[in-house]
Design a protein around this ligand. Structure first.
Ligand code: ADP
Ligand code: MG
Length: 384
């Protein structure tokens, strides 16, 4: 385990020195659900080792011809998590490094991709007993801030938003749709709630409440929508003294994204009723795949403007940002097609190169009356 983590750290540091880096791609297999077992489904995915995934199409036992034509496919990722991987395992391998970078004023983003029911929300949000990446990242962030509270002054702000049917909504304060605007930091949702967070305890409750605000599908009353994309933005502002004793502001942003189900809209029920919705969900995910394709092919024009989702992810995909993709898959042969599709896109995403991830830093604007450096440092210490 340690060897692998070491290898990965090497890759990342090598990349940052060359000024180029690529998206890191992980796969997480979830356990076979009780329902799937009862339906007689079998496992068609094997995690061979810490990196390799093997997909086989299981024929029914009485289907002798198909059994003979079993075709396996083999994939390699930055890490592949078996169905007994813990939330902590997943967090440490995929996201912990990004949290460290965010504290240094860099941007990072993690997104979960996969069909409905594949384990995206479990990975991102998790449960109270087994909190996921969103919660573990914030917990780790607070621990790290506490450890270094003597070198500066931090503020952590959270925003949680949804893209549903090409409409952007604030999950922390539901109300009218938000308008996307371009400013010097990129695309922002105007009027989005920035919640100042002080401790981990409040965050889980806040996120769970936010998740309840996600648009629910009319036909699946008890389920959170599989058609909504949820984005948690964690902004860390850090006022610190640099090497030449200037006071600077560093701002790092971590985006944690629970994407809508990637299965084909046509495969779901009630397609006429929801054709508009279906078209839009396709628009966002389709736009995402066109952007991925354009990035992989090194095209000059990347069609971010084609959907709200890709506008919001612009920084994360092609910008100066550390980006991680977690592809979630079910082991069941009943989901074979979806799993194959997810692994295909995950495999493709490995080719995306991103720009160098720079530190967002500017000199702290000092009010005229306080230009005296000593006074300022004193103030800094007081604030701690
Ligand atoms: P998605 O968000 O991709 O639609 P969910 O995260 O809601 O899927 O997962 C579907 C079901 O499987 C949920 O009941 C969830 O608790 C369970 N599940 C998903 N991943 C795991 C896992 N790694 N371990 C245990 N249960 C899981
Ligand atoms: Mg979900």
């Amino acid at each position: 385990k340690n060897v692998q983590e070491f290898e990965r750290l090497e890759t990342v540091s090598e990349n940052s020195s060359t000024g180029r880096s690529r998206i890191l791609v992980f796969v997480r297999l979830r356990p076979l659900a009780k329902k799937e077992k009862e339906a007689g489904s079998r496992c068609c995915v094997r995690i061979l080792n810490r990196r390799d995934v093997y997909l086989t199409e299981f024929a029914h036992e009485n289907d002798y011809l198909r059994l003979k034509r079993l075709r396996g496919r083999h994939f390699t990722f930055d890490a592949s998590f078996p169905d007994n991987a813990t939330q902590q395992d997943v967090y440490l391998t995929t996201t912990a490094e990004l949290v460290e970078a965010v504290l240094q004023g860099r941007n990072g983003s993690v997104f979960c991709y996969g069909a409905t029911g594949a384990g995206k929300t479990y990975t991102m949000l998790g449960t109270v007993e087994n909190p996921g990446v969103m919660v573990l990242a914030i917990k780790d962030l607070f621990t790290k801030i506490r450890q270094r509270s003597s070198d500066g002054n931090h503020a952590v702000h959270l925003s949680y938003l949804e893209v549903y049917n090409e409409t952007v909504r604030d999950l922390l304060s539901p109300g009218r749709p938000l308008v996307l605007r371009e400013d010097k930091q990129g695309i922002v949702a105007a009027g989005l709630t920035q919640y100042r967070a002080y401790s981990t305890d409040e965050v889980m409750a806040l996120l769970q409440q936010g998740n309840l605000n996600r648009t629910t599908e009319p036909t699946r009353v008890n389920e959170t929508s599989s058609r909504s994309h949820a984005i948690l933005q964690v902004v860390v502002e850090y006022r610190v003294k640099d090497a030449s004793m200037n006071v600077v502001n560093r701002v790092g942003k971590l985006s944690l994204i629970d994407l809508a189900g990637s299965e084909r809209a046509l495969a779901t029920d009630q397609r006429t009723l929801r054709s508009l919705e279906g078209a839009n969900i396709n628009r966002s995910l389709l736009a995402l795949s066109s952007c991925i394709n354009a990035l992989v092919e090194g095209k000059k024009h990347i069609p971010y403007r084609n959907s709200k989702l890709t506008q919001l992810l612009k920084d994360s995909l092609g910008g100066a940002c550390n980006t991680v993709m977690i592809a979630n898959i079910s082991p069941s042969n009943l989901s074979f097609g979806e799993t194959q599709n997810t692994l295909h896109w995950a495999d493709r995403a490995k080719e995306i190169r991103t720009k160098a991830c720079e530190v967002n830093e500017e000199l702290h604007q000092v009010p005229e009356s306080e230009t005296d450096q000593a006074k300022l440092l004193l103030e800094l210490q007081k604030e701690n």
